[in-house]
Design a binder for this molecule. Sequence first.
Ligand SMILES: NC(=O)c1ccc[n+]([C@@H]2O[C@H](COP(=O)([O-])OP(=O)(O)OC[C@H]3O[C@@H](n4cnc5c(N)ncnc54)[C@H](OP(=O)(O)O)[C@@H]3O)[C@@H](O)[C@H]2O)c1
Length: 316
Amino acid sequence: MWLHLAVLVGLFYLLRWYRERQVVSHLRDKFVFITGCDSGFGNLLARQLDLRGLRVLAACLTEQGAEQLRNQTSGRLQTVILDVTKTESVAAASEWVKERVGDRGLWGLVNNAGISMPTAPNQWLTKQDFVKILDVNLLGMIDVTLSLLPLVRKARGRVVNVSSVMGRVALFGGGYCMSKYGVEAFSDSLRRELSYFGVKVVLIEPGYFKTAVTSSKALSQGLQASWNQASPEIKELFGEKFLANILKSDLLDTTCCQDLSLVTDCMEHALTACHPRTRYSPGWDAKLIYLPMSYLPSFLVDLMVYWTNPQPARAL
Ligand SMILES: NC(=O)c1ccc[n+]([C@@H]2O[C@H](COP(=O)([O-])OP(=O)(O)OC[C@H]3O[C@@H](n4cnc5c(N)ncnc54)[C@H](OP(=O)(O)O)[C@@H]3O)[C@@H](O)[C@H]2O)c1
């Protein structure tokens, strides 16, 4: 009985391995548009796909980021300035893409741009703090996608949306987890909708990786700023010790994975494999901690968070 089971599991993985190895043809003719290429995953993916011979259209937030990227890549890679929160910037970038791809359409759209601040307990924040993150991570992604979809449909291509394991389990307050839950919902509904048109929608759900988004220095500064703006009542409820305990935690510095290629390899596979997965979860923490956690009953996750997080001063 166990032997049969082992053979079945082995066969399943063998078949999956074989299926996932098949690569789409004419990669050198395919255009891929990536947002947030100044740094982190977007920057590495742009360089990686350029090396692989694809036609990379890299959107950067700043001219400095764009110039640096152009200096590191082949003449085939082209850059454009894009702020995903500004509809006129999105419209201009879409027009720019349209002029470049022509009748071929856009093979790949990688929605990668994102921010993580301000992140703090919800009660320390204002509506505007939530709007700031949702505007980039969710509404910006939706705007870019709707704007470029006609070109992706034309190529029967791929939409690759960068979510997070925090889109599967919300472990801290602020707009970040919410925005990623939104990315998951948008991508799931879009995938079902676009299946009729030959377009595949893929989600990337990384664990923690060392980039600007997880910079403990920037996150600490943001946390301190949120604390400063919190009301006297909230400060009294949480207490200075609570803030100090979070600020002194070096968990992110010690646990973040440095190898960003684990993420960009998943993105590359999503764009170049004949049969991409629906979801990729790069990072050992995503696979071994956060995804299993997301399947646990809520009361268990609540208990784990209760036991591991600092307690507010006036906790009951
Ligand atoms: N690092 C992680 O552990 C992790 C885990 C899960 C998911 N993610 C997600 O991965 C994606 C990439 O983040 P990353 O980790 O590579 O961090 P990153 O280096 O900060 O990359 C984010 C990029 O987005 C750009 N950006 C910020 N606001 C923008 C806007 N309004 N319009 C256009 N571009 C904008 C940033 O430009 P500037 O550099 O000029 O600010 C930056 O190039 C994000 O969606 C993030 O949520 C990251």
